[in-house]
Design a protein around this ligand. Structure first.
Ligand SMILES: *Cc1c(COP(=O)(O)O)cnc(C)c1O
Length: 228
């Protein structure tokens, strides 16, 4: 099978699963943005996905995202979902239209100095596993303070919350916790209308719990080998 037909078949299967999951909870697939996570895969795969109609691409590393976004035609939207490094912010802000992994006021202040700042959208990453500080994200208990400080110090009104499900507990419970946090915060922070949650292993559960953005890599492109 050619790479094109392999990716086309995987994508069709993911899209039909998205449709079925949405239908099961009375949602429509149009409410759910599928971000194809292309990290560790070549530009040629990105081009195939583009030909197949995909316009949202996710990357975890600045250099890789910058290179691919420069080489693909201009009608795509690039999402940054990796850990943010301070010295990379200027570059990330040059190509990523949506940042899913904001979890630091320092970083937010830096983003706010960029010329493209007004065209950028931000999710606040939430860490639902407080024991795992290495995973990045704001703890649930600190979320409200973080979002008010964020607005006060950088002018950022985040468009939603993002999380990566814990590895050792049920994903759907985590996604439900994120949804509840959104419900609790939205009266004070009405911009928080989106939820970025769900990857290859758990995007259906995320859709059940209200995901508006799912970030899917290996189900579409296959195994990455080394994790990014
Ligand atoms: C790699 C990655 C994904 C995609 O993971 P798959 O399991 O390949 O679908 C989604 N979100 C984040 C933050 C990632 O790092």
């Amino acid at each position: 099978m050619s790479r094109y037909s392999e990716i086309a078949a995987n994508l069709a299967s993911v899209q039909s699963r998205i449709g079925a999951a949405a239908l099961a909870v009375g949602r429509t697939p149009e409410e759910i943005a599928l971000i194809a996570v292309t990290k560790n895969f070549p530009l040629s795969d990105v081009e195939i996905l583009h030909e197949l109609g995909i316009r949202n691409f996710g990357e975890n590393r600045d250099q890789e995202g910058l290179a691919k976004s420069e080489q693909l035609s201009g009608d795509s939207r690039w999402h940054f979902q990796g850990q943010i490094q301070s010295r990379k912010i200027k570059s990330i802000g040059s190509w990523a239209g949506v940042i899913h992994s904001l979890d630091s006021l320092d970083h937010a202040r830096k983003f706010a100095t960029l010329t493209q700042f007004r065209q950028r959208e931000f999710f606040v990453q939430v860490n639902l596993e407080p024991a795992r500080v290495d995973r990045g994200g704001v703890a649930l208990e600190s979320l409200e303070d973080f979002i008010s400080d964020l607005h006060a110090e950088s002018g950022i009104s985040p468009i939603g919350l993002m999380t990566v499900a814990p590895v050792d507990s049920p994903a759907q419970a985590a996604f439900s916790a994120l949804k509840q946090a959104q419900r609790r915060l939205i009266p004070d922070f009405p911009s928080l209308t989106h939820l970025s949650m769900g990857m290859s292993g758990d995007f259906e559960e995320a859709i059940y719990e209200g995901a508006t953005h799912i970030r899917v890599g290996s189900s579409i492109l296959g195994s990455r080998g080394l994790p990014a």
